[in-house]
Design a binder for this molecule. Sequence first.
Ligand SMILES: [Zn+2]
Ligand SMILES: [Zn+2]
Length: 468
Amino acid sequence: MPEKKSAKRVDRRAKMASRSGQTTKKAIASKRTHALDGAGDALEPDASALARIRPEVRDLIPDLVALRRDFHRHPERGFEEVRTSAKIAEELARQGGWKIRTGVAKTGVIADLETKDARGPTVLLRADMDALRTQEDNPGLAYASTNPGVMHACGHDGHMAILLGVARVLARHRGAMRGGVRLVFQPAEEGPGGAEPMIAAGALENPRPDAAFGLHLWSRLPIGSAGVRPGPMMASSDELFFRVCGKGCHGASPHEGIDAIHAAAHLVVALQGIVSRNVNPLQSAVLTIGRIQGGSVVNAIAEEVVLEGTQRAFLPEVRALLQQRVHETAAGIDAAWGTRTEVEYVSRYPALVNDPRMTGLACEEVSALLGADRIREYQVMGAEDMAFFLAQVPGCFFFLGAGNPAKGAAWPQHSPHFNIDEDALPLGVELLVRLAERFVLPPGDVAKRLRDPNAAAGRRRAREGGAA
Ligand SMILES: [Zn+2]
Ligand SMILES: [Zn+2]
């Protein structure tokens, strides 16, 4: 009976999660790291966790690196990921065990694992596929972008390689699993957004996933560390477009016109007052005007000025307050200076909100693999359209450290010099496999691993004579 089955699934999920839910706060070290200051605290690059990954993931390392470099060499922009999605589908088909759907929301790929028993929870794992409109500047890099003006400068090449590695491991063991794993390779994360159209195309149906996980490789966090928090972790993102209309005239007779530049200047300053005077200082918001254009000649009053900007917030009420005050402020400027200002407000991504219980699971696995002292509470004003999945399915998105100056991975995301420490690839595979196992392996197997997370790998290493 469907009702009974779904109740059971929810129960199981709650049970698994409750073991760890309350430990979320404890599991996250109390020190806060601010993403954008770059330095964070004194965490050093440390890839010793590689010794704790299972041998079959270690065996995958050459393939993971080759896949990531292939994607890096051939970056494609949002909704143009044609070669990329073909490569993903081909790789999954070669592995076997996956029911593959291509062309979802243009270039997206969905793959469902055929386990031995479909009754049971379904876990969704997500990677994004798109590259940026950036000219790579990494001289001498053997696998540099061959697509002029386009670059994987955000690590999505690594996300795809990781999820394909996860696919390989899960497909091998699907005979021991029940329930389902759904892999979602989504286009256009950098814009205009591929998650929402993939959901519209059925990414969260038949069956509806019980949990969702994803990660972002992050160069601001050193290799062998991670950042996450329950609740809002990344900001909502909305775009603002203003057209300030005045009346042009001679620059020596401003009283005969309406100066759009003067009014626009007031507008820019007044907008910052919303953040500093209207938003609760204990809640965060950013309002940035990133483009301004107006006027044509040195001695004329400008008739029109165009301004464009972005606003960020973690809480829906702050997001709504910003929107309301932006309109009121523009109207106030018009009243003061006689301009007529058109405001266009384009909603992009909601805030990314991590489910506390799922974040507890992620923290448990990250702590077991990387060490409890290698995980930080983390929050950034950047936006992510994984937020759309997490708005509908309880889940957790976390940052996995990929920074390592010794390997040239010292530049921030979106830099033309961006690169990652590829040791993060097998760590990402191991983490996502472990999270999936929490849902699709018999609870006894998971409990055994949790009691002694290193035992199985250690025993095997000892047999193989390898060093820990
Ligand atoms: Zn990005
Ligand atoms: Zn990204």
